[in-house]
Design a protein around this ligand. Sequence first.
Ligand code: FES
Length: 115
Amino acid sequence: MAFERVCSLSEVEEDEALGVTVGAYDVAIARHGEEVFALQNMCSHAAVALSEGEVEDCTVECWLHGSRFDLRTGKPTGLPATEPVATFPVDVRDDAGSLAVWVDTDTTLNGVTPA
Ligand code: FES
């Protein structure tokens, strides 16, 4: 399927991830400054949407038990989660004068197979 447009960049808040559906997957779009990241929108500890947690210091927090996941690597930075979540390639493209976020869920950046 390759890259698909998922949202405009302006929809992605600094402190909150945006939940979108890309192909077969729910994906959380989050930003750290000018960088944009896409992670599978499901905590690796239980089936909780990561887009409902807060984004801080290039991590997103799972609201249920508080594990944080590094937006770059998908790895948890603390317990109780121990497994990384899949991270997908992101491209920010000019879309008729404003910036849009594109994601490719055919592949993952960190080699984790999406659940
Ligand atoms: S469900 Fe996310 S840390 Fe437990």
